[in-house]
Each structure stands twice: as structure tokens, then as C-alpha cells.
Design a protein around this ligand. Structure first.
Ligand code: ZN
Length: 242
């Protein structure tokens, strides 16, 4: 089974369409989405519909939850808050209905999929250091965990003696004695300095995980954001991938 794993689309349809093209070209058997379909970007309804059409499993993100009025968006920074409130005001009832079906966690074939962290998916924690990774590894039993949320691709590997190391995006050959937490990065708002849309391909037969990047028409997304009066800071950050 080949799985395309995507996260943090954030209403960026240009980026999503390029990623889906790339996943189709890689002949994946299914697509898993790790949350944050909406927030920040200009086309939330279109992204939610496209994802609903294409993904086998959809996980709830904090922005999806905020737009539904369940996670308090006033904990967001000023720009995220403005975008969340804008999104909440314009999405259709059909989009809300789809978002309401997103799950907090998905488990299949030795893999757990969550948006932020396996220990407490709704706490929306960020997993940046080894100590935090150790706590997270203790919170699930599967060999593999895929996350999004920070928009920073990479991950952590835990060897049987318990030692944990961080790794940067690369072609990874999974060792069946090790356990992994893998952050797939972001489709619609990368923050690692590379503006290209990010996602991951998992080949379960060969045990290969590939971090992929694809270019998309950033300026088209930016023009739509300007038209919709979304914050200038959010428009600019797409250009630099930060
Ligand atoms: Zn996000």
C-alpha cells in the first residue's frame, strides 16, 4: 500500500491541487489528511470539498475546530484569529458538516494519525524537542505516528534501548525495530524556509518514507488573499515559507 499523507492545507487550493497531482503521479492507493483544512487561506470551502472527495481518512486540526466554534480562537495570534473569524463567517453549511466529521485520531495497520500529538490530540501541543518526543512515544503503542500542526517537516526516531534522535526531512528506510513520529509538514503554509508545498509518501511494502516538495502558484493564492482582505503578514509569509 502506498499512502500520500498531507496536512495543514489552510484554505490554499493552489497548493492542494499541485500536491494531489503529485500524489496521483506517484500512484498512491490512498490519501490521509492530518487536519487544518481551513484557516489562513482564501479558499476554505473549495479545499474542504476537494479533500472530502479525495481522502480516505480526515483528522481534525485546531483551526478546523476553532472555525466550528469548539476550540477558542482567541488563544490564536492576531493574524490566525482574524483569519479564523473570517473563515467562520464565510464557510457554507456543507463545509461545516464535513469538518464536523473529522476525527481526533485515526488508527490503521500499525499507524496512528493525529494533527498535533498522540498523548492528547485536543491539547494541540507542539512537538519540538527530545524530552517532549519521549513523552509522546510513551503515549502510543504503534510503531509509527504521523503528525502535522507545526508546519515543520521532520521527525523523531526511538531505538529499542529508548534513545531518541531527531531527524530532518530525507528519504527514510523504516527499521521494524524502531518507532517513529513523523511530521509531514504543511501543504498550504510551510514554515521551514521553503515556500513549496510539502507532504509525505509512505510505501508500506518497502518501508520507505519520502518527504516531497512541489511548487505551486504562490502569487495566485496571495492575490486571492488580498482580494479577501486577509492579513498582509499571512500573504507575505507564503512567499518565504516562514
Ligand atoms: Zn496548521
Amino acid at each position: 500500500m502506498r499512502v500520500g499523507i498531507i496536512s495543514d492545507v489552510h484554505g490554499n487550493l493552489e497548493a492542494l491541487e499541485q500536491v494531489l497531482r503529485s500524489i496521483d503521479a506517484a500512484s498512491c492507493d490512498e490519501i490521509v489528511f492530518l487536519g487544518d483544512a481551513v484557516g489562513y487561506g482564501p479558499q476554505p470551502d473549495e479545499c474542504v470539498a476537494e479533500l472530502d472527495d479525495r481522502v480516505a481518512l480526515a483528522i481534525l486540526g485546531n483551526h478546523d475546530d476553532a472555525v466550528l466554534g469548539r476550540t477558542n480562537p482567541f488563544s490564536f495570534n492576531e493574524y490566525a484569529l482574524r483569519a479564523a473569524l473570517w473563515t467562520r463567517g464565510i464557510i457554507t453549511a456543507a463545509t461545516r458538516a464535513v469538518l464536523e466529521r473529522y476525527m481526533l485520531a485515526g488508527r490503521r495497520e500499525g499507524i496512528i494519525y493525529v494533527h498535533a500529538s498522540p498523548a492528547n490530540p485536543r491539547a494541540w501541543e507542539y512537538l519540538f524537542n527530545l524530552r517532549e518526543a519521549e513523552r509522546q512515544f510513551a503515549a502510543f503503542t504503534e510503531p509509527l505516528c504521523f503528525i502535522g500542526h507545526s508546519h515543520m517537516p521532520g521527525g523523531f526516531v526511538r531505538i529499542p534501548e529508548g534513545r531518541i534522535t531527531a531527524f530532518r526531512p530525507m528519504r527514510l528506510l523504516l527499521n521494524d525495530q524502531f518507532r517513529y513520529i513523523i511530521n509531514v509538514g504543511s501543504v498550504g503554509q510551510p514554515r521551514d524556509g521553503d515556500p513549496r508545498a510539502g507532504f509525505v509518501l509512505l510505501d508500506q511494502e518497502s518501508g520507505v518514507v519520502e518527504f516531497r516538495r512541489v511548487e505551486y502558484a504562490v502569487e495566485r493564492t496571495q492575490a486571492l488573499m488580498a482580494e479577501r482582505h486577509l492579513p498582509e503578514f499571512l500573504i507575505q509569509r507564503l512567499q518565504h515559507g516562514q
